[in-house]
Unconditional design. Structure first.
Length: 320
């Protein structure tokens, strides 16, 4: 059956023969003029121009390094942004403050935990993941032409929907009394900051971090074939996932945050401050369906009523 007639053809890249045996990525006949990317927009050329150190690495190390950058840049970027805003009193009108502020000792422990986890433990884990993706699953390499835009978008949608569903149910499971001890460390924060987004133990990191992130790409490998998964799309998905988590723990409800398209900006902040409900990540779908955001919605209804009563009282005082 040809790829164009396959029910999942939109997810599929060209057959493997179009790229593993190709000479340079822009050479004919492997990349005919009608389908190949221009040198200025090809992932391999972009990497060589902006990340020249990747050029001398093996394919496994290239993918591992790209995943590492997709993780570290948004994580530490959000942490720096929050520190600058707090240190210099910026954007205070958007700051969330109905949770108890973390102690200096807790913040210090979190940074130590993050440095050790990111630059000791995760390096090995990322290398093993890249080895499986490149040598076992044979996902399309960074140097290969990207699939059509629609295919890339559909892959990202599948990754996000599946990742959010898994995050919801696994996170909710960790709130069961018998399992909460594995999640308790993360809830030392009543008012979260970006570095707290990964302040948890190994079991929770696997359950709410790793599994929801890699499940989508693995599912597409199974349904549409390993070569339908492009490493660059996976790298983008990792960057989105880390950015969303850091944004949810930012402690600021920024109106321009793109993640507000899927859920309110203070949704996860409430989860930390009240330790109830709001188990989802990217979207509020599962919380709405299962009713686990009812306390959150009632909280905001009460706040809105208090504000309305205060405004009414002020108008009465002015009218006297």
């Amino acid at each position: 059956m040809q790829a164009s007639s396959h029910p999942l053809s939109l997810f599929c890249a060209p057959p493997p023969a179009t790229y593993p045996s190709c000479p340079p990525p822009f050479a004919s006949p492997c990349n005919p003029p009608s389908t190949r990317l221009s040198p200025s927009t090809h992932p391999a050329m972009i990497a060589s121009e902006y990340l020249p150190f990747l050029g001398g690495l093996s394919e496994t190390l290239q993918f591992g390094a790209a995943i590492l950058l997709a993780h570290e840049v948004p994580f530490w970027g959000f942490a720096l942004f929050e520190w600058v805003c707090t240190r210099y009193g910026l954007l205070q009108r958007y700051r969330l403050s109905y949770g108890k502020a973390p102690s200096a000792e807790l913040v210090r422990r979190s940074y130590h935990h993050a440095v050790f986890s990111h630059f000791v433990v995760q390096w090995l884990a990322l290398y093993l993941f890249a080895h499986v993706a490149v040598d076992r699953l044979q996902w399309r390499p960074l140097s290969a032409d990207l699939p059509p835009l629609l295919s890339c978008v559909l892959h990202l949608v599948v990754y996000a929907v599946m990742g959010d569903a898994l995050n919801y149910w696994i996170h909710r499971m960790f709130h069961l009394p018998s399992l909460y001890r594995f999640h308790k460390q993360h809830h030392e924060y009543k008012s979260p900051i970006p570095v707290s987004s990964e302040y948890f133990g190994a079991l929770e990191e696997l359950g709410t971090g790793v599994v929801p992130t890699i499940a989508g790409p693995l599912l597409m490998s199974l349904l549409a074939g390993p070569t339908s998964v492009h490493q660059l799309v996976v790298v983008l998905w990792v960057a989105v996932r880390v950015s969303e988590s850091a944004d949810a723990h930012l402690g600021y409800d920024l109106p321009w945050s793109v993640f507000r398209l899927g859920r309110p900006g203070d949704r996860h902040y409430y989860h930390h401050s009240h330790n109830v409900g709001n188990y989802g990540a990217l979207f509020e779908f599962w919380d709405r369906v299962c009713g686990t955001d009812s306390a959150y919605r009632q909280f905001h209804e009460r706040r809105a009523q208090k504000i309305a009563d205060a405004v009414l009282l002020t108008k009465k005082d002015v009218g006297r």
